[in-house]
Design a protein around this ligand. Structure first.
Ligand code: AMP
Length: 214
């Protein structure tokens, strides 16, 4: 099974696809966003700083996220998904070095190409499990929880992400266009890029992903 890097705008379905991949193929899901949220919830000095940055929609400084990524990759003992890393070229280049150091050669960068309008629509309907991080969407039939407001997997009450406001989304999307889009050429040149256009139906998107990871 190939390792996966998701390159995509906010609210494009990276988390949903990661959840499906973990369930079916036992991938290790590395979500820098979830790790940062966990740190933020501790309300430590660093946590408060991270929460403020995330609430504004900007990127957390590279030194903080690079450190998290490096620690997680050192623990890897099975195929993994990087969800939300890298988000800029500096991170992408560092990741290549880490892969070389750790002898990781097989991976694919999957680009979920959705429009800003579609992503914004999804933000408005997204609800998350604060315990296991599974995400749902009240506007998509296949992504609704079985019982309203409750996580199917761990029965925790679902909440809205504190950075899922329209205002924050706009900043996140702008940062994505400026910093993350250049990564597409980076992976294209390496011959590692797979593009999924208009990934609106989660099951179909999953099938497309399944076809390229085996
Ligand atoms: P996500 O859950 O992946 O949407 O990430 C939520 C927020 O965490 C982003 O809006 C950023 O503020 C921060 N974040 C996540 N991954 C990174 C990264 N690779 N570099 C910088 N900031 C990040």
């Amino acid at each position: 099974m190939k390792n996966i890097i998701f390159i995509a705008p906010p609210s494009s379905g990276k988390g949903t696809q990661s959840n499906l991949l973990v369930k079916k193929y036992n991938y290790k899901h590395i979500s820098i966003g979830n790790m940062l949220k966990q740190e933020a919830s501790k309300k430590s000095k660093l946590g408060l700083e991270i929460a403020k940055i995330m609430e504004s929609g900007t990127f957390v400084p590279d030194e903080i996220v690079n450190d998290l990524m490096q620690k997680e990759l050192k623990k890897i003992d099975k195929p993994f998904i990087l969800d939300g890393y890298p988000r800029n070229l500096t991170q992408g280049k560092l990741l290549e070095k880490e892969f070389t150091n750790l002898n990781i050669s097989s991976y694919i960068a999957i680009y979920l190409n959705i429009s800003e309008e579609e992503a914004l629509k999804r933000v408005a309907g997204r609800i998350n499990c604060p315990k296991c991080n599974r995400s749902y969407n009240v506007f998509t039939k296949s992504l609704k929880p079985l019982k309203e407001g409750v996580c199917d997997d761990c029965l925790t009450s679902l909440t809205t992400r504190f950075d899922d406001t329209e205002e924050t989304f706009k900043v996140r999307y702008k940062n994505y266009l400026k910093n993350t889009i250049p990564l597409l050429n980076f992976y294209k040149r390496k011959g590692n890029l797979f593009i999924i256009d208009n990934p609106t139906e989660p099951d179909l998107t999953f099938k497309e992903i399944e076809n390229v990871i085996k």
